[in-house]
Ligand binder design. Structure first.
Ligand SMILES: *Cc1c(COP(=O)(O)O)cnc(C)c1O
Length: 230
């Protein structure tokens, strides 16, 4: 059943690429498996998926004890500095860097583990009080500072758009992200390769692809609704 969900999402990703005149391989679909059991992840792995997203360090580490296959784990949730040490050598990419201090901690732990770490800078594109991420105008100064860290490699930007009723309503946010992405790229900051624009979730990933997303993070449409303990 999860296989069918994934196939349906895959078809929608392909159709959005087609509409936007983009190549399917230019967009990475990340299966967001937070709160879901390892058995569900295995079902999706069996379909050939290698990119998985988790938002909590503890949950990710628990899953990594059971899943030893070489997957690409994306840390997509807010990351506390004291947790960096648990994941720095285990993740493919950290999508949620939003301060110099966090980047410095990643540098310190990456050095300890002798690894390099790919990161995205998270942008609070809707200027929401409750969201993490930096304001758009802080992106370039922050990326310049991170660029000085030898083991932390900025690969692009990430955002979680404000909740909207229809996917279409998020388009303006995605357009602004794309503009910001291009503006940062134009700065040609040494050591910074602007390759990835991580935006779009279950409710809005098609619009995000139309507006230039290179990574979409889809949970609910693949794994079904999440149940949180109350
Ligand atoms: C949970 C989550 C997603 C996936 O959300 P869905 O709406 O279930 O697709 C994407 N990005 C982040 C940062 C998340 O925390």
């Amino acid at each position: 059943m999860l296989k069918e969900n994934l196939e349906a999402v895959e078809a929608r990703v392909a159709a959005a690429c087609e509409r936007a005149g983009r190549k399917r391989e230019d967009v990475t679909l990340i299966a967001v498996s937070k709160t879901k059991p390892v058995s569900d992840i295995r079902e999706i792995m069996a379909c050939g998926m290698v990119d998985f997203g988790e938002n909590k360090v503890q949950e990710l580490c628990g899953k990594l004890e059971e899943i030893k296959e070489p997957l690409r784990w994306h840390l997509i949730g807010h990351l506390q500095r004291n947790k960096v040490k648990y994941i720095v050598d285990k993740v493919y990419m950290i999508h949620s860097v939003d301060s110099v201090r966090l980047a410095q901690e990643i540098q310190k732990e990456a050095e300890k583990h002798q690894v390099d770490c790919q990161v995205l800078v998270e942008i609070n594109i809707g200027g929401e009080e409750s969201k993490s991420g930096v304001a758009p105008e802080e992106a370039v100064p922050l990326i310049r500072e991170i660029a000085a860290l030898s083991r932390v490699h900025v690969k692009g930007l990430m955002t979680v758009a404000p909740p909207v009723e229809k996917s279409e309503d998020a388009r303006g946010y995605f357009k602004r992200m794309r503009k910001l992405f291009e503006a940062v790229k134009a700065e040609q900051i040494p050591g910074v390769e602007m390759m990835e624009l991580s935006m779009g979730m279950t409710g809005d990933f098609e619009t995000a692809i139309e507006e230039g997303a290179t990574m979409v993070r889809v949970g609910t449409a693949i794994f079904g609704a999440r149940q949180y303990a109350v």
